[in-house]
Design a protein around this ligand. Structure first.
Ligand code: F0G
Length: 352
């Protein structure tokens, strides 16, 4: 047994975009748990696993793409990096920028960033600009700034992000011995579905995996441009991480969907919250609401009778629940209090 060394060192031979002289800026990202989901397996009649990306160093899958993007930026002599973000990208960028000695700047939609993510960006020393607009406006602004000023853009339109994020598919095949039949994940700006599909295709191309999975992507119903076939001007969902109306990797997500024989559909906020609670209370996995969109989608497809039993399914849960705990606290019964007395406590606990 040895310590996991981060995705660049673990998969260097599969990351040809990184030259031999590119420095490695890492926090040991990747190597995340693939957890068998017993309740979901029972409900679906399938073998369901969760790829728990909230176990990454800053609590989301973004770290896989940020180790590569920041390493590249550092190697190229950048002094500053910038991103648009619904929170996780900025948190991850800031951590890796801190390690690399780069100045991080983030453009975020005003009032729409979960507190935990804002705290991360702040403590790592990010210059945060709150934009009076949504994520799509922030991304347009970030692109414009990076074109005109000496600052490197590290959103998933940066190909090094996709390169790093594809390693999650590698880990899944390495763990299961082959690709799953179906891979389910939330879709926001659509970089991650693009990255997984690239990873699965690369492993199938050289025979490491015998096949590729069908890719099932889920958007939030109030922010479902790919499902509707048109940009959404005012995206709205409690899953703020995927509150995106005009995804940058739209075409590539459609390509992943079509080439894999999959689909991209939507789930309501109510379905997202139901899956969010099930994941925590039945599987022991606390995720942020956006992450639960994958599981909400799987449950929806099951209820519609579209999931054949006996299949092997992996759901990516993209971010840690502690980033956005409001939804765990809201709707929970109030705590009861007792004096320092075992009998009183036992009574309240229903043990007596
Ligand atoms: N889940 C979480 C927790 C996310 O933070 C994001 C994206 C997604 C899913 C969707 O992934 O964009 O690759 O389709 N968050 C970005 C951000 C937009 O700024 O942190 P995607």
């Amino acid at each position: 047994t040895r310590q996991w060394r981060g995705i660049i060192t673990e998969y260097r031979d599969r990351l040809p975009m990184l030259g031999p002289d590119t420095p490695v800026v890492t926090l040991g990202e990747g190597g995340t748990p693939l957890v068998r989901a017993n309740t979901l397996s029972e409900v679906t009649g399938c073998e369901v696993h969760l790829k728990v990306e909230g176990a990454n160093p800053t609590g989301s899958f973004k770290d896989r793409g940020m180790t590569t993007a920041i390493s590249k930026a550092k190697g190229d002599g950048a002094q500053a990096v910038i991103c648009a973000s619904t929170g996780n990208t900025s948190a991850s960028m800031a951590a890796y920028a801190a390690r690399a000695g780069l100045v991080p700047a983030a453009l975020v939609p005003k009032g729409k960033i979960a507190m935990g993510k804002m705290a991360q960006a702040l403590v790592y020393g990010t210059r945060i600009i709150e934009v009076d607009g949504n994520f799509d406006d922030c991304l347009n602004l970030a692109r414009a700034l990076s074109e005109k000023y000496p600052v490197a853009l590290v959103n998933s339109v940066n190909p090094f992000r996709i390169e790093g994020q594809k390693t999650a598919a590698f880990e899944i095949v390495d763990a299961l011995g082959d690709a799953p039949d179906i891979h389910v994940l939330p879709v926001g700006n659509a970089g991650n579905i693009t990255a997984y599909w690239k990873g699965y295709r690369e492993y199938a191309a050289d025979g490491t995996a015998k096949h590729t999975p069908r890719m099932w992507g889920y958007q939030a119903a109030g922010a479902a441009p790919i499902v509707q076939g048109a940009p959404v001007t005012n995206p709205s969902t409690l899953a703020t991480a995927i509150r995106i109306g005009n995804p940058a990797s739209w075409k590539l997500a459609e390509q992943a969907r079509d080439e894999s024989g999959g689909h991209i559909e939507s789930v309501t906020d109510r379905q997202i919250l139901r899956a969010y609670k099930l994941l925590a209370s039945k599987e022991g996995v606390f995720v942020e609401p956006a992450s639960a969109a994958s599981v909400a989608g799987l449950l929806q497809a099951t209820e519609q009778g579209r999931v054949d039993t006996g299949q092997r399914i992996v759901c990516t849960v993209t971010g840690n629940g502690l980033k956005d705990p409001d939804w765990a606290v809201a709707g929970a019964p109030p705590a009861v209090s007792v004096p320092v007395d075992a009998d009183a406590a036992a009574e309240k606990l229903g043990l007596a």
